[in-house]
Design a protein around this ligand. Structure first.
Ligand code: ARG
Length: 454
């Protein structure tokens, strides 16, 4: 018999039960469901709605149900959802007084409460994983960041940089993801409990007290908003999707850099797999799976946005469909973040390509001329001609003599060739945020500080 069977003469069809149950997904949040009920019962006793003996029996019963669930009890899907399953079991354990627990609340605020408690915990877990990933990038920068590589634009060689410069570019993006998560958490961490169905309740409940017992920062002020709002889910999953875009960009680089063609890094055995047919292969499957799984995070965001689009207030059963995409997004994002950390911290960084004479140094010659007060546009043109000349002769910049340069433009002095030293090119970029190692060190300490480490 369902807990709402009073006005029914038959139960839902078996197919309807299977179609409408949310128990299988709700099982992820049974702990939060019990936690919310204990807080609600405690508050009901404090305001005098429950006698203290009733409250004690309810809390004891709820703890028993929690133990049973922990021991693997699987409620029947005939219970529809975790809220009904817990309450029915409580009835079995302590009898009719269990029915008083539902005073001043409904499943609508219950589900909203459980979700917020669940999400708050998962946000913290994701943030911890992110901190570890950022930490791994900082450690790699410190240990292997002084490896000279070409920085790319359009995936074409641009200018020499220290690899650490690129690691830190990713670290900064990830720290903004942490800020976005913390910001979303502010709006997640408000209590809808006691909103009841949507209109509030005539009973003298104390919503502030139950919010306090659950460590919420405050209330969702409007009871209708409390049961209808899902924007905090959208916000958190958008953050996951943005973080996913960062992880997938990193993954793409790991895949590229570990090819024979690049050879900049070697992913560790822990995070690589072999081929069933080609014995020589070391495949970057971890990074590829991150790249692939991020698609599912984006899918989850689109599902949630579509779910709430034009949905009338207040609760509609559609809202039950919020859990699969939300849970999936949080689980996948956290797993991808952890796996990325594993890849980064265990990868071997090899020497970068030889950049002597590489056209990636062309900007150095232009900058040399600018230092001699040649307008940049003119300098760009002069060096462009030099590059063309080299290309026509099938050589690179290393083939140019001081005289060649001086013939191209009289501002080129004997010291111009020194500017073509690749590591000096990186070290010259001392402007704030540039690739010079001194700038990288400043960023390292700022980022370490943001992780609470010095
Ligand atoms: N299983 C539903 C859900 O998880 C519970 C809410 C039920 N409320 C209702 N008015 N039918 O969203």
């Amino acid at each position: 018999m369902a807990l709402w069977d009073g006005r029914f003469s038959g139960g839902p069809a078996e197919e309807m039960q299977a179609f409408s149950e949310s128990l299988s997904t709700d099982m992820h949040m049974w702990e939060e469901d019990i936690q919310g009920s204990i807080a609600h019962a405690t508050m009901l006793a404090e305001v005098g709605i429950l006698k203290s003996a009733e409250c004690d029996a309810i809390i004891e019963g709820l703890n028993t149900v929690a133990n049973e669930l922990r021991d693997g009890w699987q409620p029947s899907i005939a219970e529809e959802d975790i809220h009904m399953a817990v309450e029915s079991r409580l009835h079995e354990l302590i009898g009719a007084q269990a029915g008083k627990l539902h005073t001043g609340r409904s499943r609508n605020d219950q589900v909203a409460t459980d979700l917020r408690l669940w999400l708050r915990r998962r946000i913290d877990e994701l943030d911890a994983a992110l901190q570890e990933l950022i930490g791994a990038l900082l450690d790699k920068t410190q240990s292997d960041g002084k490896t000279l590589v070409p920085g790319f634009t359009h995936l074409q060689r641009g200018q020499p940089i220290w690899l650490g410069h690129q690691f830190l570019a990713h670290a900064w993006a990830l720290s903004r993801d942490r800020e976005r998560l913390a910001d979303a958490k502010k709006r997640v961490n408000r209590s809808p409990l006691g909103a009841a169905a949507m209109a509030g309740t005539p009973h003298p409940i104390d919503r502030t007290r139950s919010a306090e017992l659950l460590n919420f920062d405050g209330l969702v002020d409007n009871a209708m908003d409390a049961v209808s709002a899902r924007d905090h889910l959208l916000e958190t999953v958008s953050t996951c999707a943005i973080l996913g875009s960062h992880l997938s960009r990193m993954a793409e680089e790991l895949i590229l850099w570990s090819t024979r063609e690049f050879g900049w890094i070697r992913l560790s055995d822990d995070w690589s797999t072999g081929s069933s047919i080609m014995p020589q292969k070391r495949n970057p499957d971890a990074a590829e799976l991150i790249r692939g799984k991020v698609g599912r995070i984006n899918g989850a965001l689109v599902s949630l946005l579509t779910l709430v689009k034009a949905l009338p207030l207040a609760y509609n059963r559609d809202l039950q469909e919020d859990r699969p995409p939300l849970f999936e997004a949080m689980f996948i994002t956290t797993a991808c973040t952890k796996v990325m950390r594993g890849c980064i911290e265990s990868m071997q960084v090899n020497a970068g390509p030889d950049l002597h004479g590489d056209f990636a140094l062309a900007t150095e010659l232009a900058d040399y001329l600018v230092a001699k007060e040649v307008p940049f546009r003119q300098a760009h043109h002069i060096v462009g001609n030099l590059v063309k000349q080299c290309e026509d002769n099938g050589v690179n910049l290393a083939a140019l003599s001081a005289e060649d340069l001086n013939t191209a433009d009289p501002h080129f002095g004997a010291d111009a060739l020194d500017w073509l030293e690749p590591s000096a090119a990186a070290e010259r970029r001392t402007s704030s945020g540039g690739t010079a190692w001194s700038e990288i060190e400043k960023q390292l300490s700022a980022l370490r500080q943001s992780l609470g480490k010095t």
